[in-house]
Ligand binder design. Structure first.
Ligand SMILES: *Cc1c(COP(=O)(O)O)cnc(C)c1O
Length: 375
């Protein structure tokens, strides 16, 4: 049977066409135009961060973070094994050695109780990932990082507008990164942002993002010509993409309301079935406000996960795995692997259900009925 309910589908909220037309009419299609500035201001004011910079992807924002922290060959960077390759690739590109942390079995976030044992004199950064936008144990992680003088960079690709203890995710590390890829809550196809919480990184971040030139300062009238002042690349997206993104960010209340309704509907309607079948559903600590990024089932065995995927597929419903353990990958093994039994177990049993803000109530009921018919 053909897929009739995809796993993900980008959907518009309203003003995307309109704003892109405005960007075209304004005649400024390159980076840092009017819509980019609107996105920066919205992120800075809403999250209360000193500086937000749009980037071409979360991957590129992470690469900027690695450059800003001046990561050198041989430096160690601690990351959860259960994450996307970009979380660590950005640092490996600068010569860093990845050190893989295992995850907690409840939130699937970096296990802070096993973090300190991974710290060495070469540890330069810890990159926690707020899986599904549910906050990592930032109190404990920050305490360890501060004690050893290690930088924290939050990979907040899933977690924009989520909170840990009443504070927005992305505001704990000296730097944090966001993704606006198609599969995230807010999108412009491909895009990202770097959030700068430690102001000493701001000037250099602007330079790295503008090909190693001081062009941003030139535009602000702070210098009388712009020249090559540092290494750098081109990490700024076209204002056309920023226009699309601004419509999405402006529509965040409606996007988040739909996502919340969908998430809660899965959680309510699958609870009894999950209990009866020994299936683990997402766990949200009381002090975490999640941004409803994804919904997963943790099946009792890998065989049951495959059977569930096939069962849903036969009814036209697409469900997908998530991350494969990085420590067990070819590259991870080359760096010495890691001891991450929870990651291994979760990775082979987790599946994600269709989740996007335009998922209709009728389609969601079909998914729920299909899941609960599985035994
Ligand atoms: C999506 C994702 C990324 C990469 O985002 P891009 O914008 O596609 O570069 C990085 N880390 C995590 C945890 C992600 O989910």
């Amino acid at each position: 049977m053909a897929i009739t309910i995809p796993f993900n589908q980008p959907s518009l909220v309203g003003h995307e066409h309109d704003y892109m037309c405005q960007a075209i009419e304004q005649g400024h299609l390159s980076g840092d135009g009017a819509f980019t500035k609107k996105c920066h201001a919205l992120l800075e004011h809403t999250l209360n961060v000193p500086r937000a910079l749009l980037t071409t992807s979360c991957t590129h924002a992470l690469e900027m973070a690695a450059l800003l922290l001046d990561i050198q060959p041989g430096d160690e960077v601690i990351i959860p094994s259960f994450t996307f390759v970009s979380t660590i690739n950005a640092f490996v590109l600068r010569g860093a050695k990845p050190v893989f942390a295992d995850i907690r079995p409840d939130t699937l976030n970096l296990d802070e109780t096993r973090l300190e044992a991974l710290v060495t004199p070469r540890t330069k950064a810890i990159v926690p990932v707020h899986y599904a936008g549910v906050g990592c144990e930032m109190d404990a992680i920050t305490k360890i990082a501060d004690h050893f003088g290690i930088a924290v960079v939050e990979d907040n690709a899933h977690g924009l507008f989520g909170k840990y203890k009443d504070r927005y995710l992305g505001t704990f590390g000296c730097l944090a990164t966001q993704s606006f890829h198609d599969t995230k809550n807010f999108t412009c196809g491909e895009g990202g942002a770097l959030l700068i919480n430690a102001p000493e990184y701001t000037e250099r971040a602007e330079i790295l993002r503008e090909k190693g030139t001081n062009r941003s300062r030139f535009y602000r009238g702070l210098v009388d010509k712009y020249t090559w002042v540092d290494v750098g690349s081109s990490y700024l997206p076209s204002d056309l993409l920023a226009a699309f993104l601004y419509a999405q960010l402006e529509g965040r209340a409606s996007i988040q309301a739909s996502r919340r309704r969908i998430w809660e509907s899965y959680h309510t309607h699958l609870a009894d079935w999950a209990l009866a079948h020994d299936v683990q559903l997402p766990f949200i600590p009381v002090y975490c406000e999640q941004p409803y990024h994804l919904y997963y089932l943790l099946m009792p065995t890998p065989e049951q996960r495959q059977a569930m995927i096939d069962h849903l597929r036969a009814q036209g419903i697409q469900s997908v795995f998530h991350y494969l353990p990085l420590h067990a990958s070819d590259v991870g093994q080359r760096f010495g692997g890691g001891d991450c039994p929870v990651t291994e177990s979760v990775s082979e049993r987790l599946l994600r259900l269709p989740f996007y803000h335009a998922l209709s109530e009728g389609d969601q009921i079909r998914v729920i009925e299909a899941v609960t018919a599985f035994s």
